[in-house]
Ligand binder design. Structure first.
Ligand SMILES: Cc1cc2nc3c(=O)[nH]c(=O)nc-3n(C[C@H](O)[C@H](O)[C@H](O)COP(=O)(O)OP(=O)(O)OC[C@H]3O[C@@H](n4cnc5c(N)ncnc54)[C@H](O)[C@@H]3O)c2cc1C
Length: 158
């Protein structure tokens, strides 16, 4: 299997656009865009997030006491790109400080306790046990996906 064929096939899989945040060891906010995210189990409530081992934030996210997954909506494509750039990602962004930094502009937020890691090749698969969900209304929030190398509004066909 050559890498291009693999990447091309994987680009056909739509994935949710999220921003993962936590605090670093000195209490500094950490945040990065992740789309390798999925629901794993309802009992206990577990999600999985795949983190590139070469990310600057990798060890800090894995060691964090809490992480927050922000599920982006159509119109928040800019946030997805912002949290993948080498800039001060929290400057000018509304942040609520709690167990993890929460982005006030993202309505659906999933707070998790890291619950172990698995080897995933050049990525680490981080399991997160969901401890609380901030959601405007049931069924609301989310709907921005990454598909064929770009952001797509998954609600258009809903
Ligand atoms: C649509 C999309 C989906 C993505 N999905 C995923 C995903 O599922 N999983 C995933 O892992 N990534 C994913 N990424 C990539 C990820 O968001 C970026 O690689 C992001 O930049 C990683 O953030 P980081 O904070 O770890 O920083 P890095 O990009 O590793 O570094 C950012 C900045 O941190 C500083 N820095 C870096 N190293 C050091 C150091 N040693 N000391 C001091 N400062 C340093 C520098 O200022 C650097 O510019 C995705 C990106 C996009 C756009």
């Amino acid at each position: 299997m050559d890498a291009d064929t693999f990447r091309h096939a994987m680009a056909q899989l739509a994935a949710p656009l999220t921003v993962l945040t936590c605090y670093g060891p000195s209490g500094e906010p950490i945040g990065l865009t992740v789309n390798a995210v999925c629901s794993v189990s309802a009992s206990p409530p577990l999600v999985a997030v795949c983190l590139n081992r070469s990310n600057y934030s990798h060890d800090m996210v894995v060691a964090a006491r809490r992480v927050c997954l922000h599920v982006l909506e159509p119109g928040q494509e800019g946030l997805a790109f912002h949290f993948a750039k080498p800039i001060d990602r929290f400057a000018g962004v509304s942040v609520l400080h709690g167990d993890a930094p929460e982005l006030g502009d993202v309505r659906l937020r999933i707070l998790c306790t890291p619950d172990g890691v698995r080897d995933g090749g050049d990525h680490t698969i981080l399991l997160g046990r969901v401890v609380s969900v901030v959601s405007p209304e049931e069924g609301d929030g989310g709907g921005l996906v990454w598909h064929r190398r770009g952001p797509v509004d998954a609600r258009r066909s809903a």
